[in-house]
Ligand binder design. Structure first.
Ligand code: SF4
Length: 728
């Protein structure tokens, strides 16, 4: 009999969390579409739709396997889950007994809901060494919004009009929300609100799909965003355009900020940023006068050696224009009735001593509030001088995301034991000692709550996983039972999900049927700082205990900290500043002679999410190979034609991508696509060394002083033509 059903669920293909309807016929997913009744209004992207091909890929890892040859040799033996979990737990327990808890490192990729399992696992065994790319992607926003404004949690752009107003001026800053739902805000909400806005200020070094819609396009030089924000504040403050009521009553350190921004007059900023002075002044006036306003921030601001102060400068710009916690401005959404689901991880504390000895803790104090500093780990491993011996990677492929791949690969191989959980044999999995098969989001139950925003959704299992694959949550639960049973007492995944929902007084089964719990419309409150209570809420680990009661912001001074007392106490500059990128024509003029182009390694792609999905035929058909955008004048000088394979080289190495002549960026800039490898090529590297932009990136400091971010998105390079089949 033909059995057909439609299951409501939530896509976990990226950070978006789009509501989807999944048609299943005879146990097979046959159709995926956006759920028009969901919070994400029926929108869905190519990646979500292509999940059908993702789950049916014959190259899925289906069973636990252990290495029988040398690392990377590709010789594997199938084993039982029992043997796999006992072995990994044994390695962890032995290492903890011999070297202490920090000798075990728990790693992940983008997280996407596994964060809370990974972090609880790490905390339950007492290690501070959690290893992931968050320190250069999104964690800076979470932590710096927290210490400057919210105590805990991000400010989000209010695109919803729940307070009666929509943003009149929107800034899209190093962000491509129009093609990617990364980081907790959705393209659909943004584009609808944009129709109601008077102004769009686009801050982007390149022409994008948004440029035609922009009232003002600021074509900024890469890595100079802090200078632009400081220059805009110079204009706003000196022309008296700031929100005097909000600044007087609710901001701490205005006069010191005023002094600081005098170092950034528009003509100096114009020189730094390569933006006409008149446009800087125009943007500043527009954002200060046409309020309310929002600023959508993208990851390139975080993946650079001045990330903390860049985010700080933009937060100060939001604050002095009175755009914080007002309708149509920047708002910290309250979580729905189930509370902050991340508490599942952070209710478990780790010994203070282990927190203090987390790798990088003495140096990068914001980064190591929740993770270790990955680049320091790699340097120590390279020297065979690292406290970490056992490395369990719950998802993600560090070899793909770490800076300077050629150094990262041999360094990781100095680990005593590596276990990896993945859907496919990634370059990292290929070099592991044990690989565990992971179920796709269509194949297991979970709670979606990527960021603590205003809703959580049920990820409902639609079909059985292949072979013996398990969801991340089940793998961590069963491992947790073996290494820290005190914290992993749940009988099964359903009980563990129910525990996470307990504050909402609801079971997993009930939640699964409801599909979503949200706090929207009039349930959300604005101006939280004017009422009692915000200061008693959740707080980041480095926030001091709050002694004051009454209205105010959950910061030490009870105000938005333009002058950050927390950064000051940590020994960092309490005020934002601009720092020239480590590798630029101005900071390295000698290197610039040999590498005469600015290299950008960024930009979202509509078909891929970081290194994911290149094994999906539909998506590879849409984009079969990596593209390097080169200005036609530059290409002509270099003898390069559209479609030529070209070498892009930095002092770390070279990669090849296909040239796309593109007059939407400065002729001095080349933009390559990040995260490329070729799953269809043979292991163990699957072409990782061929086109991956991280062959080019640097893992040498100086890093961002507080977050430890390396110089990731802006470097110096040279470009030359490659022969058709030439390869390194
Ligand atoms: S935007 Fe992300 S969450 Fe939404 S359908 Fe695409 S991959 Fe899935």
């Amino acid at each position: 009999m033909n059995e057909k059903k439609v299951i409501k669920s939530c896509c976990k293909g990226c950070h978006g969390g789009c509501g989807v309807l999944i048609t299943v016929e005879n146990g097979v997913v046959t159709y995926i579409e956006g759920d028009p009744d969901s919070i994400t209004e029926g929108t869905v992207c190519t990646k979500g739709l292509a999940s059908i091909q993702h789950i049916n890929n014959p190259n899925r890892v289906k069973y636990p396997i252990k290495r029988t040859g040398k690392r990377g040799e590709g010789k594997w033996q199938r084993i039982s889950w029992e043997e796999a979990l006992d072995t990994i737990a044994g390695k962890m327990n032995d290492s903890i007994a011999k070297y202490g808890a920090n000798s075990v490192c728990i790693a992940q990729g983008t997280g996407r809901g596994a964060n809370r399992y990974v972090n609880r696992l790490a905390r339950s065994i007492g290690t501070g060494n959690v290893f992931h790319p968050g320190y250069l992607c999104h964690s800076p926003r979470l932590l710096i919004y927290g210490l400057s404004v919210t105590g805990y949690g991000r400010l989000y752009c209010d695109y919803h009009g729940w307070g009666g107003e929509y943003p009149k001026t929107q800034i899209s800053w190093a962000k491509q929300l129009e093609i990617s739902n990364a980081d907790g805000e959705m393209s659909a909400w943004f584009l609808k609100a944009l129709e109601k806005a008077k102004n769009l200020i686009l801050v982007d070094p390149r022409v994008t799909a948004l440029t035609q819609k922009a009232t003002l396009w600021l074509q900024i030089r890469h890595g100079t965003d802090a200078a632009l924000a400081l220059g805009m504040m110079n204009v706003i403050i000196n022309e008296g355009l700031y929100d005097k009521e909000f600044v007087t009553n609710w901001c701490h350190g205005f006069h010191r900020l005023k002094e600081r921004v005098q170092e950034y007059p528009p003509d100096r900023v114009a020189e730094i940023c390569w933006i006409p002075k008149e446009d800087i002044i125009k943007a500043a006036r527009m954002f200060a006068i046409d309020t309310p306003g929002t600023i959508q921030i993208g990851e390139p601001l975080e993946a650079q050696n001045n990330s903390t102060q860049t985010i700080r400068a933009i937060i100060c710009l939001m604050a002095i224009t009175g755009n914080i916690e007002r309708p149509g401005g920047m708002v910290c959404w309250e979580p729905p009735d189930v509370g902050i689901i991340e508490d599942f991880a952070y209710e478990v504390t780790i010994p203070e001593e282990n927190q203090k000895t987390t790798i990088g803790a003495g140096s990068y104090k914001l980064c190591t509030a929740r993770t270790c500093h990955a680049d320091t780990v790699i340097k120590q491993l390279k020297e065979n001088n690292c406290a970490i011996k056992v490395f369990h990677c719950q998802q993600g492929s560090p070899l793909n995301w770490l800076a300077n791949t050629k150094e990262a690969l041999p360094a990781l191989l100095n680990l005593e034991f590596i276990s990896v959980c993945d859907l496919f044999m990634s370059p990292t999995a290929e070099h592991a000692d044990m690989v565990l098969p992971v179920a796709h989001w269509l194949e297991h139950n979970d709670i979606w709550n990527m960021h603590p925003r205003f809703y959580v959704a049920a990820i409902n299992k639609a079909v059985e996983p292949p072979g013996e694959a398990w969801g991340d949550n089940k793998i961590v639960l069963e491992l947790g039972k073996r290494v820290a049973p005190k914290y992993w007492w749940f009988e099964d995944v359903e009980e563990m999900l129910g525990y996470q929902l307990r504050k909402g007084n609801i079971t997993w089964k009930e939640f699964s049927k409801m599909g979503v719990i949200a706090k929207t419309g009039e349930e959300q409150t604005y101006y939280k700082y004017k009422t009692e209570g915000w200061r008693k809420g959740a707080k980041l680990p480095f926030m001091p205990e709050r002694k004051m009661t009454g209205p105010g912001f959950p910061t030490p001074t009870g105000k938005v900290e333009l002058y950050s007392t927390i950064l000051g106490d940590m020994g960092y500059d309490p005020l934002p500043y601009f720092k020239e990128p480590n590798e630029s024509p101005y900071s390295m003029p000698e290197l610039y002679k040999e590498y005469p182009l600015i290299l950008s390694t960024g930009g979202r792609l509509p078909y891929y999410f970081h290194s994911q999905y290149r094994q999906i035929p539909w998506l590879r058909e849409l984009q079969p190979y990596p593209i390097a955008q080169i200005h036609p004048d530059t290409a002509k000088n270099l003898g390069i034609k559209d479609g030529d394979w070209v070498w892009i080289q930095t002092p770390r190495g070279r990669i090849r991508q296909k040239a796309k002549l593109f007059n939407g960026s400065d002729p001095r800039v080349v933009t390559v696509q990040a995260s490329w490898f070729y799953p269809d090529q043979p292991g163990p590297l699957h072409g990782l060394m061929e086109s991956n932009a991280n062959i080019l990136t640097s893992n040498d400091g100086p890093f961002d002083p507080a977050m430890g971010a390396p110089t990731f998105r802006v470097l110096l390079c040279k470009v030359y033509k490659a022969e058709e089949n030439e390869n390194d």
